[in-house]
Structure formats: C-alpha cells, structure tokens
Design a protein around this ligand. Sequence first.
Ligand code: C5P
Length: 219
Amino acid sequence: MRNLVVAIDGPAGAGKSTVAQLAAEKLAYTYIDTGAMYRAVAWKVLQQSATNITEELILSVVADIEVDLQYIDRKSIIFVDGIDVSGEIRTPEVTALVSQVAKIGAVREKLVALQRKMAQRGSVLMDGRDIATNVLPNADVKIFLTASIDERAARRWRQLQLNGYSVDMSELKQEIAARDKADSEREISPLVQAADAVLIDTTRLSIDQTVEAILNLCR
Ligand code: C5P
C-alpha cells in the first residue's frame, strides 16, 4: 500500500496500541506510540522526585531530556537519555502522573516536534490523543478509537494482571475516567475527535475485527 500517514486517537484503554501495532505489522509500516513519549517524561520526573512534583521540576526535566522511540523487530522501544525504559513507563505511578506532565506546553512542543519528524517519511501509523487534530492534521487516514468505560477498564485490568500488577477494578475505572477528563479538558491540544476522523467503537469488536476495520479504511 502506498506510504500513508495514519492517525489514531482515542481515550485511555481503548486498545489503540494493540490494534495499531497489529495494523502496522500488516501494512509493514512503522508504529509510533506517542503515549510512550509522554510516559517517558513522567518517568524521568519521578526519578528526580517521587513526592514533590512541581511545574518547575517538570520544566527542568523536559529542558534536557532526550527521548527516542525506535521500532525494532516489530517492537516499540522507548529510550530516555539512552536507557531503555519500555517496561518502567508502564507502572501505575507513571500512569498516575502522565496527564499532569502532558498538559504542559513545553513538554508538548518538544514531543510534537519529534513526532512530526518521525512521520515525515510516511508509512507510519501513529497513535495518541492529538494526532489527527494537531500533530498530523494532514494525515491520510484519521481514526477515533473508543469503547465503553467498563470495557476499557476490563481490558486494562487484564493487561495489568498479565504484567504482574493486581489492581482493584473500580479504582482502575476511576483512574481511567480521571485521566480521560484531564486529557479532554486541558487547554493545549485536548483529546477530541477530529471533525474528519472516522469513529470506531470497539466495545463489541474483537482485536482482529478492529484491525480489519483499520486496514479497510487504509485500502
Ligand atoms: O496512550 P497512553 O495511555 O500511554 O498515554 C498516556 C498519556 O499521555 C495520556 O493519558 C495523555 O495524558 C498523554 N498523551 C497525550 N498526547 C498524546 C499521547 C498521550 O497527551 N498524543
């Protein structure tokens, strides 16, 4: 398929990274997980201070952080200052902090510039919150992927279990709702469906069906 730029946005736990990764494999495209980049900044902030997190601290971290995202052997690997932190960025602590970090203009400016550069050559599938609306407004295919909050919480719960984290389902639901609220209500590039994006509700779709829907749109 010609080298398209595909943008996928949506709320937390909608399965974006799972299906985007599989669709990228089928298309032989590069998958770019922008959420991992925001998580990388949050991870480094937590390395500096676990308790006293101020805007000044976040700004000082973003001023000299080096974030690099590589897609190697169909795996997305995220580096902070040369260190592979792909596992570390998935902890509940990072998840709890990331929206606070992602709302800061200087953080977004730095990461969005990097994301645009990564998409320059085309044949990319990028997922996040503001890809179709802000990062790549000229993307060839724009998708807004969502699912009910109950379904998203259940999926996230299963994923965390697999990674060895045991969490309370109702707490998880609250955390997802709070993160969606923060991401949707922030001033800069909030999470919103682009006017020209196609909505895919995955509540009753399997992973395969969702991947197929994405591939159909690309065709
Ligand atoms: O996709 P994931 O859940 O890993 O994203 C983590 C967080 O990063 C989101 O909740 C959001 O605060 C932020 N994010 C963002 N813009 C993006 C991707 C992620 O603000 N394009």
